[in-house]
Design a protein around this ligand. Structure first.
Ligand SMILES: [Zn+2]
Length: 422
């Protein structure tokens, strides 16, 4: 057995104990304050980027984003691994640089997010993840199918440990390539992007009991389809290259992982917020006050499951997909993805999928399924146009296109901004 499995088991038990200990918001605040204090004194102080800062409170640290991180990559990790080192390793097909493991995002652009993590941290992450998703994993057998970008090889060493069987399905190949294999495996638990869950729910014979959606925004359209066919609740896993940020509970509510990450929030437009994350469990590469690109709608309600961890109403897409449309004068009007999504989906109940893309300062393309009746398309165009006018866009033009493509090697972003103000 790999020695690092010990870290997974330790993290598993710690996470389960914490779930019992943290009963109120005050408990969470006290736990975070103690962990952050240690994190700032020890882990943060050890990497060059923060050397000499003497930070005592989180607010003493500067806010950082992906650009800052990539430009100063070696200053954020204890081994001095540089960004070119990491890129060169990835180009060779290596998953390690020195003795550190490399994680990376699935973006298509040249500056994909990357991070380095020790083997112990990798298994700690796995332990936290398992405790939040399959708390009975040590007592009950589970067959888990994992189809997530970038996870094909990462946990191969933990693939058959005790009662847990993990099998990886390669997203890039598409569902057709492994539908028969996953049917034969008959997993009781599946973790996959919502578009893949939906295809499997609609076209395969598997009927998992535990269904987790990760790596992409879970649209209510997909949730409804998957839950109806699988007969199981879809639980969301909010994860990114940068870490694990939230997991849906048995009630189906997404709770932020405040037992391992401290969250701060910046305004994201409308009632949405964008998180700054501080992972106080990681010490190899420091992630502190790191600006995420996601738009969240927080919930002010508690959850019937009893967890005091912050509830998230929905994840509404990415900050850089907020449309910037021409308003009065030279002003640009911001439109968050949820506004456009709701306008389109509410226009006609036959609309089960859509794409909205901004391609110019006043040009928006709406793409709908090729077999959708024309009048439904016309309604959606009118509704989208009206929604854009309502938020202050002047003369937005909405073009209708037909035929939706769903490439598997990329993240699904139903609302997408391709145009940038110069
Ligand atoms: Zn809950």
């Amino acid at each position: 057995m790999n020695f690092a499995v010990v870290y997974a088991i330790a993290a598993f038990w710690r996470t389960r104990q914490l779930a019992k200990r943290l009963r109120t918001r005050a408990d969470v605040a006290r736990w975070q304050a103690a962990r952050l204090d240690r994190f700032l004194r020890h882990a943060v102080a050890r990497v060059p980027y923060y050397a000499g800062l003497g930070a005592r409170r989180l607010a003493d640290l500067p806010i950082v984003d992906k650009q800052v991180l990539l430009a100063n990559f070696d200053k954020f990790n204890v081994k001095g691994a540089t960004y070119p080192d990491v890129r060169a390793a990835l180009d060779r097909g290596d998953e390690k640089v020195g003795d550190l493991f490399i994680g990376q995002s699935t973006g298509t652009s040249g500056n994909r997010g990357v991070y380095v993590i020790s083997e112990a941290e990798r298994f700690t992450w796995l332990g936290v993840m398992l405790a939040k998703t399959l708390p009975d994993v040590l007592f009950a057998r589970h067959k888990v199918a994992l189809a997530l970008p970038g996870y094909n090889k990462l946990y191969a060493s933990a693939a058959e440990t005790g009662r847990l069987s993990l099998r990886f399905f390669d997203l890039a190949l598409g569902v057709d390539a492994w539908r028969a294999e996953i049917e034969a495996y008959a997993p009781d638990t599946i973790v996959a992007p919502p578009k893949v869950l939906r295809i499997l729910a609609e076209t395969s014979r598997i009927r998992p009991l535990n269904v987790f959606s990760g790596a992409e925004v879970l649209d209510p359209l997909d949730r409804a389809s998957v839950e109806a066919r699988f007969g199981a609740r879809v639980r969301e896993i909010y994860m990114a290259t940068e870490g694990l940020f939230g997991v849906g509970c048995r009630e189906g509510t997404l709770h932020l992982a405040e037992d391992v990450v401290a969250f701060e929030f910046e305004p994201g437009g409308g009632d949405l917020v964008s998180p700054l994350v501080t992972d106080f469990t990681r010490t190899t590469q420091i992630m502190a006050r790191y600006r995420m690109n996601d738009l969240l709608r927080l919930s002010s309600r508690g959850c019937a499951c009893g967890s005091p961890l912050q509830c998230v109403e929905s994840i509404e897409g990415r900050h850089d997909d907020v449309f910037q449309l021409g308003g009065f004068g030279d002003a640009l009007v911001s439109v968050t993805p949820d506004v456009m999504r709701n306008a389109v989906v509410d226009a006609d109940r036959r609309i089960l999928d859509f794409r909205v893309t901004q391609i110019g300062v006043d040009r928006v393309v709406l793409t709908l399924a090729h077999d959708l009746p024309a009048e439904a398309g016309a309604r959606a165009v009118a509704a989208l146009h009206a929604a854009l006018l309502k938020v202050g866009a002047v003369e937005p033009r909405v073009e209708l296109r037909s035929g939706i493509e769903a490439p598997f090697d990329r993240k699904l972003r139903r609302v997408r901004r391709e145009w940038r103000p110069s």
